[in-house]
Design a protein around this ligand. Sequence first.
Ligand code: ARG
Length: 563
Amino acid sequence: MITKILEDFINQKIKKLNYTETVKVIISNRKELCDYQCDACFKLAKIYHKSPIEIGTEIVNRIQSSPECSEYFKDITFVPPGFINMTLSDEFINKQIEQMMRQEKFGIQKPEKQDTYVLDYGGANIAKPLHVGHVRPAIVGEAIKRIIEYMGHKTISDVHLGDYGLQIGQVIYGCLNDQKTVEDLTLDYMEMIYPKMSALCKENEQIKKECAEITKALQDGNPEYQKYFIKIKEISAKDCKRIYDYLGVTFDLWNGESDSYPYIEMTTEIVQNLLVDSEGAKVISVTEETDTKELPPLIYQKSNGAYLYATTDLATIYERMEKYNPDYILYITDSRQSLHFEQVFRVSKKSGLSKNTKLEFLGLGTINGADGKPFKTRNGEVPKLDYLFEQIKCIFLEKKEDNKDMQEEDIDKIVNAILKFADLQNNREKDYIFDISKFANVIGKTGPYMLYTYLRIEKILSKECVTHQMSNCIHNEDDRKLRLKLLELEYALQGAFTERMPSILTEYIYSLALLANTFYQNNHIQGLTDEIKKQDWLCLFNLTKNVIKDMLHLIVIDIPKFM
Ligand code: ARG
């Protein structure tokens, strides 16, 4: 990584000045002034009781007087009150670009140690149709998984279906009431009976109680209910898979809450001495001394003996530890579950259940409609995902007459790009407004714009013969900017990886596409007679194309053939 190379060089010089502290280098936030910067003079000044100006000038002088200085920098200056501004030399830029071109994965460093990550995302609830609320955990989770893998780690993904809750009892109740046998069950029937039962339970306490009893009996192993359950899960999971397939989201494991039941007994043994009786229920206190507000205890078992969502999550940790002994378990789901996970994590640590494994909750904001309220259909319902895909498709097709001639497969890729680019450009913790019409545009910060940029570059390259040989020149400012942006790739990837923020990578792709477009507008490659310049630019375009393609793949966007 460029920042790392510059840090190593500068720190070596600082050491020669007898300072043991090391400094960090960051990408400049004022590109008109310099390419990279170091803001550490203030910190050093404090530690060594000097002024920032004194220490900064000393460091810069030392670097400037070293023979290697010009290999790295065209310019390095101290700027009061305490900044070191760096402009990279052409030689340095080109050497790095060359490496990016030649090396696998653009030369990004492999990790010192390969970690194993379990990723828990998707989280659909069976027997209920997937709705807009499920799209975010699926695509953010998938992007985080792909980024982690790209950085050289091992991942195991689990969809972790909500498959043992009240909704199952409700559907079984409906079946029994309508005299539907297990064989009669269909997806259509389930989609009809679930909302009906859910509404009924809200009105009628008695029915609600009966549904809860069926759920409890199911969890206790009632053979008749188990048969219904297996069929409900089979039908429903198949439909979930259809939608996840459409989104390009895949899982290694299709487990759910119910799969944790065999591990509850062993989990109970581990948490045994934390369990406290509370009005017949078994609970675990999770408060810690440093808490500023009181956290309610985790309810482990209800007074009727039933287990809860938290119990299944603890038992699932037990299972994952046994089977995979991961270094990390990441949960990617709605922010509103943060309390639940805080409780689960605390119990897990306190009891030793998760040993040294790091548990992370990666909360997600809500997708809102153009009115700023949670996304709804025209008649006020939470839209099913199929409806959302249809909507996006219609709006895109209406944008341009030619769009209608596109192949179905390509249209689906564009629908995906519209949805995903709109989502992943936002900090995952924040709510955002999904304005389909805006995100379906071919200009602006949209998926179609990224695809269009890619296809345009591809078209230019297809007409030329690229020799993959570059000279040592940088030909103008647009050229220099594009090279510098390419060199920021590893920094963006590293940021997206450590912060678990696909938005950092998405922003990078967008800024790269913008520069590539500016470059293309200002510099006509096709007509060039200067063969050296032409080959340099073709190489640069080729690299840009490959970077865009691979990075779009990480944010789960596939490129259509034409658009
Ligand atoms: N099914 C849950 C829901 O819809 C999300 C599951 C998240 N994962 C977990 N291990 N709890 O809210």
